[in-house]
Design a protein around this ligand. Sequence first.
Ligand code: UDP
Length: 469
Amino acid sequence: MGDVAVVAGGDILQEKMEKEINHVLVVPFPLQGHINPLVQFSKRLVSKGLKVTLAVTKYTAKSMQDRPPATSSSISVEPISDGIQEGEIIPDEETYLDRIKVNVSKTLTDLIIRLNQSSCPPKFLIYDSIMPWALDVGQKLGLRGASFFTQAYSVNAIYYHFRRGEIKVPANSENVTVPPLPTLSVNDLPSFICDPNSDPALVDLLLSQFSNFQEADWVLNNSFDQLESEVVNWMSSQWRIKNIGPTVPSMFLDKRLEDDKDYGLSLFKPDADTCLTWLDSKQPGSVVYVSFGSLASLEGEQMIELARGLQMSGSHFLWVVRDLEWKLPASFIEETSDKGLVVSWSPQLEVLAHKSVGCFMTHCGWNSTLEALSLGVPMVAMPQWTDQPTNAKFVADVWKVGIRVKVNEGGMVSREEISECIKEIMEGEKGTEIRKNSEKWRDLARNAVDEGGSSDKNIDEFIAFVASN
Ligand code: UDP
């Protein structure tokens, strides 16, 4: 390059430099918990010299313009379409999934054709694993493919075996063995495995991740090696599958990317000032942060038990209630105004990093789990569906960074149980042990993405592969 710089004229040099940049195209599925890890991975690639184009639906692109991702100067954002028109109510799941496949395939094809005509065409398509058909789109147009999994390795292993008919859940069975995972009770399995007929469209979507992943040149996963070492060893002995996480913004982990303080994209508007000012007024470690992510919604009776359980625990609480249509007990907000704050969306990372937060009551979505692990916040695990029960099992029994609530015979988590679990973490003996473990995992998470850590090396390996192909 140095020689060329002397010989070549400005335009020629510019063109040559552009050609030499390795360009990848990244396509997340348009859900908050899927966009965040792919955007964060994109930032890491950019920080290591890759050019990234992020193809997102128009609605997602619009929310990125409101809060552009930091360190994104080299991330170009290109809109693709999921077939939903502005103002249109999102149809039922099955129709939406069909529409997204047809429309993303078409608009992604158009985008790749256009980018292929540029001076720096993309070499790789990094696509969300729940859009396995994107691999065909990219391969037909000359791109290599990397499937990006946004769930735990253990969950990958369970879906993989289930799809192959290797996991059967007999009626009334108590335990299931899925080597090399620890023995799992039926309640630890992803919800759809126990009841595949509960949501056939979603089951198909989740299992489809494994339909062609062996045909991708790379498989990337948002986890880190030490977290799930046995299952990582088993899977990586069979496929080129690499952990590159946790994909939490750098300033909450290794602090190497100075501007990376935020995911930079929120499909919902956070009540940041209200949350942080309120937290500032509380004692260190005194607040329970409660959130069930962007999708789950609690039934009416469960909402009441949760509200009363928070009240009974005596702790301060910051509770994300996404939709106030979810019924809180009458006058709950007024009654608890000296103890609690209820918001519709929070700046979750800043909240978890705040010194006043002593525990996170979570549904154990994979991003929330990784965020709590990365920030060393003990958890009360209250899983709802999909992969959350499996994540909760690992939180409570393998990593020992939290307590999982018990569900009673009526399928409810009682107010007493909620209150006891919170007290155990905030004040109990078990809480002290859990806090120590949380600090250990926080350090391991940070080391994984820091220079020379396992995920950092895997990212470098991926980049070297892109460059050499
Ligand atoms: N989140 C947030 N504010 C909230 C609740 C959630 O910023 O009030 C973010 C959270 O930090 C995480 C994502 O939304 O990155 C939720 O992803 P997760 O996988 O935990 O759950 P899902 O929404 O997919 O069920």
